[in-house]
Design a protein around this ligand. Structure first.
Ligand code: APR
Length: 246
């Protein structure tokens, strides 16, 4: 593995503008299961369409609310890992480094990354189902059993995440696209590269001339366009790729 680490370090040493695109694998070593791994135990009998779509929520709001309450607890009890910390520390090394994440756990910000673009929202944020504009970030005040009413308009509250079938916030997506197409290197960590539109960002970066580096213990869709593919776990690999020379 040390050859590919050296290649990645060399690409980064020549870079001024860096984008870091992360997915569920980034938080695996913080103990947060990927969406698919979370379909275990108590939740194995539900399919994602029941738990992470607006139709599923409307069909059984209490079920979906309980699932998110459980995931919020996991997130609240988790800590950023050495990979999140290496990314946050690396901000100072480049003219510009921006994190674009598909994760809703907020761990990049908690590790110290600034201006994180949260493509799929944040699980600690709660918004109004009717989109009246109400939004809050005090999950500890929310009841665990059923979704409360929006204090502004009376519609149910829902998690502030992007569900399957929903559009990403156009401003966030446009900003992510700008980062992707203006970076010298895009580091892609812990994503299967299957869920669009985030999965299209590495291709956009590559077409605009960036080098793409992937970090993932498994072969994945994005390896084909990578200049460097590192097979390994985020918390182990990122300190070696981004940290001071050994
Ligand atoms: N370090 C790096 N990568 C890892 C690690 C690790 N420790 N453990 C697992 N991985 C990799 C897996 O090999 C897999 O390729 O992380 C990837 C996780 O893939 P997905 O579960 O598909 O996660 P992601 O790509 O973020 O999914 C995108 O889909 O589930 C929805 O909205 C949800 O944001 C999510 C989106």
């Amino acid at each position: 593995m040390s050859d590919v680490i050296e290649e990645a370090r060399a690409a980064l040493a020549a870079a001024r503008f860096v984008s870091v695109l992360t997915g569920a694998g980034m938080s695996a070593e913080s103990g947060i299961p990927t969406f698919r791994d979370a379909q275990t135990g108590l939740w194995a009998r539900y399919d994602p369409m029941q738990l992470a779509t607006e139709e599923g929520f409307r069909a059984d709001p209490a079920l979906v609310w309980r699932w998110y309450a459980w995931r919020r607890e996991l997130v609240a009890g988790a800590r950023p890992n050495a990979g999140h910390e290496a990314i946050a520390a690396a901000q100072m090394r480049f003219d510009h480094l921006r994190v674009l994440t598909q994760n809703v756990d907020g761990l990049h910000a908690r590790a110290g990354s600034a201006d994180v673009l949260e493509l799929h929202g944040n699980i600690l944020r709660t918004i109004c189902l009717a989109r009246c504009g109400y939004s809050e970030r005090r999950p500890e005040r929310l009841p665990a059993g059923v979704p409360p009413e929006c204090p502004r308009c009376g519609a149910p509250l829902r998690p502030g995440v992007v569900w399957f079938g929903e559009m990403l916030d156009p401003d966030v997506l446009a900003a992510a696209h700008r980062e992707a197409t203006t970076c010298d290197v895009m580091l892609v960590v812990g994503t299967s590269g299957l869920v669009h539109p985030a999965a299209a960002l590495p291709g956009a970066a590559r077409r605009a001339g960036a080098k793409v580096i992937t970090v993932n213990p498994e072969a994945n869709e994005l390896d084909a366009l990578a200049s460097v593919s590192i097979r390994g776990r985020a918390a182990e690999v990122l300190p070696r790729v981004l940290g001071p020379a050994a």
